[in-house]
Design a protein around this ligand. Structure first.
Ligand code: CP
Length: 324
């Protein structure tokens, strides 16, 4: 079964959310439209809707996370689901239990959804292939492969500021080689019809053949930023590096760090994004990260409504209802 077939049910509705690759533009737009309506829930005095009352969602994070784990938890609670956060450090995984046995045991507790972050590329797909038919799996980041909900909250944030994707030049800057976020963003931006997608990085931090994804590559930050509408900065993913990819952080910042002066190469109304965590003085200057063109904290806020949209669309399938 292809990943596309695995993600959608026989009616073409979301079952799992594992990757953006191969999804249709209409589906991405319906996720963003649903997120738009969920954003108002977050602004109410009582920040809850009963859509997933009685459902149990399990957060299984085998890797560290601040933004993704907490916004998934908040999103689930705002949909009235029960949330179980499994602490992997104190779980039986440390006693040698396999991933599949962990899943099988939690599945036996009659849960409805797994939200999975794992250092191994393909971990969420593996789980999705083995769970019972009523269970949904959401990929919260797998190795270098994909971080689809991050890509969705990023394009949602872009849509809030820029009306028409077909007019946009988007520059993604930094450690593309190790970045699951970059891969998912490229797929999402292509599906939504962005005019030009650029990746900007030293040669050592660009995967071979990345041009086949239909993007332009730059090794000069100044050239890569010229006329950009959206600048997405990425951190150096040291936890995935198995050697020296840059001479030093000092030199990296000198060549690829985003400063106010460098940002002047982009369009005057360009927005600056970053999935976090940010490393100030390594890939971005504090004046830019905290400046008026930065939408970095808006991305975090949008993560809640995008995750509410994706979870509710995947879980309402079994109720025979249309997506929210
Ligand atoms: N953007 C992101 O995935 O951040 P966390 O690692 O804190 O979840």
């Amino acid at each position: 079964m292809s990943v596309a077939d695995l993600q959608l049910d026989e009616r073409g509705q979301l079952r799992h959310f594992l990757t953006v690759e191969g999804l249709k533009r209409e589906l991405l737009e319906s996720i963003m439209n649903a997120a738009e309506s969920f954003a108002s829930v977050t602004e109410q005095t009582v920040k809850k809707v009963p859509l997933l009352r009685g459902k149990t969602i399990v957060n299984l994070f085998f890797e560290t996370s601040t933004r993704t784990r907490t916004t998934f938890e908040l999103a689930a609670k705002r949909l009235s689901a029960d949330v179980l956060n499994v602490n992997i450090a104190t779980s039986a995984t440390s006693k040698g239990e396999s991933l599949l046995d962990t899943i099988r045991n939690i599945e036996a507790m009659h849960v409805d959804m797994f939200v999975v972050r794992h250092a191994q590329s393909g971990a969420a797909h593996f789980i999705a292939r083995h769970v019972a038919p009523h269970i949904s799996v959401i990929n919260a980041g797998d190795g270098r492969h994909a971080h689809p909900t991050q890509a969705m909250l990023d394009v949602f944030t872009i849509r809030k500021h820029k009306a028409d994707f077909s007019q946009l030049t988007v520059a993604i800057v930094g450690d593309i080689l190790h970045s699951r976020v970059a891969r998912s963003e490229i797929h999402a931006l292509r599906i939504l019809g962005a005019r030009e997608i650029r990746v900007v990085a030293p040669r050592t931090l660009l995967p071979a053949g990345i041009e086949t994804l239909g993007i332009k590559t730059f090794h000069s930050l100044d050239n890569g930023l010229e006329g950009a509408d959206v600048v997405i900065m990425l951190r150096l993913q040291r936890e995935r590096m198995n050697g020296a990819f840059i001479p030093s952080e000092h030199e990296y910042y000198a060549c690829f760090g985003l400063t106010e002066a460098r940002l002047d190469r982009a369009k005057p109304d360009a927005i600056v994004m970053h999935p976090g965590p940010i490393n100030r003085g390594v890939e971005i200057d504090s004046k830019v990260a905290d400046g008026h063109r930065s939408v970095i904290l808006q991305q975090v806020t949008h993560g809640i409504s995008i995750r509410m949209a994706i979870m509710s669309m995947a879980m309402r399938r079994d109720l025979g209802e249309k997506p929210a």
